[in-house]
Unconditional design. Sequence first.
Length: 85
Amino acid sequence: MTTITFYQSAICPRCKAAGLWLNGLLTEFPDVRIEKVELLTNLGRARQDGVSGIPALVTGDRRLSGFFLTKKRIREFLESLDETD
């Protein structure tokens, strides 16, 4: 089981879209668990994980973030996790 930390904010519309896409993709990746973390109340943790913007996905030393995270980029990130096992 792979746990991905999803850094987001309740006031971020891009985060909401990324979260919906991520949740929709989980059926294709049953070995992935998502831990949602509110950035505004966890800034120290986000810094430790190397997060500089949201939305962001982090697992181990792998990160995906960007102003416009698309469903395609999220899928590619999830697929790349299988390649590293």
